[in-house]
Design a protein around this ligand. Sequence first.
Ligand SMILES: [Ca+2]
Length: 361
Amino acid sequence: MKKVLGLGLLVLGLLAGCSSAGEDDSRKQVEDQEASLPAGAEPEILADELDIPWSIAKAGETFYMTERQGSIVKVEDGKKERQKVELAKKLSTASEAGLLGFVLAPDFSQSNEAYAYYTYENISGQFNRIVILQHQDGTWKEDKLLLDKIPSGQYHHGGRLEIGPDGKLYATAGDAATDPEIAQDVNSLGGKILRMNLDGSVPEDNPFSGSYVYSYGHRNPQGLAWAEDGTLYESEHGPSANDEINRILPGKNYGWPVIKGTEKKEGMESPLFTSGDDETWAPSGMAYYKGKLYTAALRGSAVLEFDLETKNVRKIVSNLGRIRDVFIEGDVLYFISNNTDGRGNPLEKDDKLYKIQLSDI
Ligand SMILES: [Ca+2]
């Protein structure tokens, strides 16, 4: 029975992928390659039975993972606790939407604060917002609104939050699918990388005076990572394959919906890496380690390694299904699967938080 159900979900997942304009909408899939892990380098499972986890945060040895339907899972000493999140608005149940990005405040151990990005619905429509959550007695409560009315639509909600080496909060906003032209409009918050101070104000050195917009022309960006020299990289879902890894510079235009893949146009930036016309990565969370970017791939069903010097792309983890986010600390890579969202083929006790030594791969 379980097998039949699994197959049904797989078929549904494939159908959803083919008929939607969603985050992994290509008809083509990365060929299933054998994982190139040496013996003894099997990922360790740190937590299981997660429900559409989206983002990994870590404080000391404690993990906090958002689940898209509106909870946060705390994992400590091998114990899992699902914590309630009290939001000011009704969480959206649209495809790909919900409680998405999450990052702990730098002073979390004292302030118990974290930043979160979520999609909500009200009488005037569906939007994304960035808020501060306060953690108390195992519950997270929306405490302060930092930015509201980031465009949202049927798909492409963006959603990643990261704090940069400059101490600013960065967010990825999607083009909301319905009107991709907003990505070219610097007065819209859609299809952008946004940058703010931790109190929600606009930094004085942002490229467009008085605006949260840091870069524009993005379709559905979901990953941000910085090299040790401060260079910012971004992962982005392209249209019908043509996924992108970009080097982000303030005020630059990354082309969507005017150019895609390797296409070039004056005044627009082309990606450092693209999956090309025939392959889909559906890249999400990203982290940097020693000259390489490690990127969670949904449709690619892997953690992908992008070597910034040689330009080699390597699949370092596979056969675990769709991967949503990665987190690197020291030489350890943590990652979460994303097989329970109806588009995947869940393995037993999915979804899971995994750990692997980067020196082993
Ligand atoms: Ca682009």
